[in-house]
Design a protein around this ligand. Structure first.
Ligand code: NAP
Length: 280
């Protein structure tokens, strides 16, 4: 791999650029604003940057790293600058609508989702090794070129990621549980706290909050646009996991109302036991 294109020089696009350049790969970047292109050059995220998609001519692989809503329109707009061999992949957090739209636009399209991020956004937040040891999901369909999948897989390995392959549908159902549901639960936690009416209690709570609140509120206090897009693009799967979550919460409320400490203990023992399965 000698020349990679990145469209959307934000946290994810910028972090990919930094890692590719460390590997000696030439990186050309496209972003919407000229100031972002300038910052990307100063930060060493790309070798060349432009607001024009024509800069992508001669790239072997292009990563589309824009917000979800812009992924398919971006691919459509860059078609005149791709040669027939160019592999195009995206990094969007939801896969079904993206893969449906992009696969019909470009035969060498491979849906992808590197599962790494921070609470920050924009090119200034780009960092090296963001994808190291992180999951990187590829979502080919029956019509996706196996050769194209292999190329994206090799790049994921170059980043030090752990590659997983599944259908777009299975991806969206799984990330609803471990990524999109936690964002909404965490946002609801913060919202419930700030709606607490006793000013003295709220002020003290703000001063006392430490690691427990930091952990549980982190994803609800992050990128607003990203949270909105998860809900909009993965609506059905998110609603289904939120409804099941609400049932679990009701179950816990019932045990506490009934002072059924035995059942509550059983629930907490079970959650304590299975939590490592999600984190190891
Ligand atoms: P971000 O930091 O806000 O970066 C997105 C960048 O895209 C912006 O800096 C913006 O740059 C540029 N952009 C917006 N519209 C564009 C367009 N039409 N053409 C070209 N560039 C455009 O967001 P991000 O967190 O990197 O997320 C980008 C993608 O990664 C999303 O699809 C998201 O689902 C996915 N993702 C995010 C995370 C995460 O945790 N953050 C994790 C995995 C995947 P300008 O300054 O030029 O406008």
């Amino acid at each position: 791999m000698t020349k990679i294109g990145i469209v959307g020089l934000g946290l994810i696009g910028g972090s990919l650029g930094l890692d590719f350049r460390v590997q000696g790969i030439e990186v050309v970047g496209v972003s919407r604003r000229q100031t972002t292109c300038d910052t990307a050059l100063i930060q060493g995220v790309v070798d060349k940057a432009s607001t024009e998609l024509s800069i992508l001519t001669d790239t072997e692989i292009v990563f589309i790293c824009t917000p979800l809503a812009a992924i398919a329109p971006t691919l459509e707009a860059m078609l005149p600058y791709l040669n027939s061999q160019t592999v195009v992949t995206d990094v969007g957090s939801v896969k079904v609508p993206i893969v449906e739209a992009c696969s019909t636009l470009w035969p060498n399209f491979v849906g992808g989702h590197p599962m790494a991020g921070t609470a920050q956004q924009g090119v200034e937040a780009a960092q090296t090794n963001l994808f190291q040891q992180a999951a990187y999901v590829l979502t080919p369909t029956t019509s996706t070129s196996p050769d194209a999948v292999k190329q994206v897989e090799q790049i994921g390995q170059l980043l030090g990621s752990n590659i997983y392959t599944c259908s777009p549908e299975i991806h969206d159902a799984a990330v609803a549980w471990i990524s999109h549901l936690p964002v909404m639960v965490s946002a609801a936690l913060i919202e419930a706290c700030i709606n607490q009416e006793e000013r003295e209690v709220l002020n003290l709570a703000k001063n006392l909050a430490s690691s427990g609140f930091r952990d549980t509120s982190r994803v609800g206090g992050g990128n607003v646009e990203l949270g909105l897009m998860m809900a909009k693009y993965n609506r059905q799967q998110l609603l289904s996991s939120l409804e099941q979550y609400s049932q679990s919460l009701d179950k816990i409320i019932t045990q506490i109302k009934q002072e059924n400490w035995h059942n509550l203990k059983k629930i907490l023992q079970s959650t304590q036991q299975v939590r490592p399965d999600f984190l190891n």
